[in-house]
Design a protein around this ligand. Structure first.
Ligand SMILES: [Zn+2]
Length: 440
């Protein structure tokens, strides 16, 4: 339904979008402004029979339906002049929540690893495949071979599928270049998804993802590669403004805590904030390092003791769980329940990557966080919206439905948000709004 009113003599009507008849509105707007741990993680700021008014790319107003007309009037300029067009969407009792925030992806890659998937399903071990030159190194070869345009085409196709599944904000890492040119190319593609394709993106340089083949087999290869990351790749990435964060794969078979500290220290000196792949394959020191450095996020965390949980909490590090990877690799799930009980803010992300987890639906991964990591549905929603946003420095901008926030939100095809877990994997995302536009 469209309604127009007002006087003439304006440059054109102001366009507003009103969502009415919302059965459950998950605002995520009631708790602390930063990342939420403990009981605060389960508070969804639920409003029933609510309405939302969107002006341009922002949430303008949230309230009960009978306040909508006054909210529309309040958008007029002080003289009351100018047309106002209101496009009304009746949600017919369905649930509405913020667009999902995927705070850990490796979205820009070349080729695929479907053959490796079959090897793993046949019993081969991920670390053994990696040691034999497959795994990450296979994606490095395939990514280095692609032009920026070809990488962009592949990444955009994935990102649009992810958005149709509810993701409106993406963190995107490099790490399939492991050399200057390809790392820059991956990050340029990630930036382009924001500047020309309208996606909301934060970027992370993960040049220290694996030791590249050309540096293997010689005694000083590791030191030479780390020097290249610190003295060549990171400075070039920063000079071109291509990254918001630096990440390191700190784990068995990748980089030690000492090596990771070297890279992250250099990144911080260059002005980047920090994230860390930590404690995925063992108790290998990454979580402690993330706490020591005050990283924005420590990710994976399959192996964690009480002291490490306390250290993460005290340092204000968001624990980002990636249960899709546990599913695909047949690994244990991170203990999300223990993290929540320890008061550590928990985020959930897809880890979308060509090898260990190519799942694209964060809504599905959110459900895995319940079944595998023992989060409640409400905790998992907060993990994939507000807490993920907080880990990306976007708290209040996305991950909430509140006046002033970006108009990124989802209308579900059901009246109860818990169906995202109860009926995990079903097509429950009825509409996706990004920046005030319906995009899916
Ligand atoms: Zn990852």
């Amino acid at each position: 339904m469209t309604r127009a009113s007002g006087a003439a003599a304006s440059p054109g009507p102001k366009r507003l979008i009103a969502l009415t008849g919302i059965g459950q509105l998950l605002t995520l707007a009631d708790g602390p402004s930063g990342a939420r741990g403990g009981a605060a993680q389960g508070a969804l700021g639920l409003r029933e029979n609510a309405a939302v008014l969107i002006a341009d790319d922002r949430i303008r107003w949230v309230g009960a339906r009978d306040g909508l007309e006054a909210a529309v009037e309040a958008t007029r300029d002080p003289e009351g002049a100018g047309d106002v067009m209101v496009e009304v969407h009746d949600c017919r009792g369905r649930a509405v929540l913020p667009g999902l925030v995927d705070s850990h992806t490796h979205l820009v890659w070349g080729g695929d690893r479907r053959d490796e998937l079959e090897l793993r399903l046949g019993g081969a071990d991920y670390e053994a495949i990696f040691a034999a030159g497959g795994g990450i190194l296979s994606s490095v070869r395939q990514t280095r071979a692609l032009s920026e345009d070809d990488l962009h085409r592949a990444a955009l196709a994935r990102a649009l599928r992810m958005r149709a599944c509810g993701t409106t904000t993406f963190e995107i890492k490099s790490g399939y270049g492991l050399d200057l040119e390809t790392e820059l190319r991956q990050l340029r593609v990630a930036r382009r998804l924001a500047t020309s394709d309208g996606l909301r993106v934060k970027t992370t340089c993960l040049a220290a993802h694996a030791l590249p083949a050309e540096h293997r087999g010689s005694a000083d290869g590791r030191a030479r590669f780390l020097a290249e990351v610190c003295e060549t790749i990171l400075p070039a990435v920063v000079a071109e403004g291509l990254a918001d964060y630096c990440d390191v794969f700190c784990d068995r078979g990748a980089f030690t805590p000492e090596e990771s500290r070297q890279v992250l220290g250099r990144a911080r000196a260059l002005g980047l904030e920090l994230r860390l792949h930590a404690n995925e394959l063992g108790s290998t020191g990454g979580a402690r390092l993330a706490a020591e450095l005050g990283a924005a996020s420590a990710d994976h965390l399959l192996y964690l003791d009480d002291d490490e949980r306390a250290a993460l909490r005290d340092a204000g590090v968001v624990a980002t769980l990636l249960p899709g990877t546990s599913l695909v690799l047949g690994k244990p799930y991170a203990d999300g329940r223990a993290l929540i009980e320890a008061g550590v803010p928990v985020a959930v992300a897809s880890d979308c990557n060509p090898g260990s987890c190519a799942l694209e639906s964060l809504a599905l991964v959110l459900a895995l966080a319940c079944y595998g990591c023992r989060l409640s549905p409400a905790e998992a929603i907060c993990a994939a919206t507000h807490n993920a946003a907080a880990s990306l420095g976007l708290a209040g901008e996305v991950g909430q439905i509140a006046p002033g926030a970006a108009a990124d939100l989802l209308i579900l095809a059901t009246d109860d948000y818990r169906d995202l877990v109860y009926h995990a994997g079903s097509p429950l995302i009825a509409a996706v709004f990004q920046g005030g536009r319906r995009v899916a």
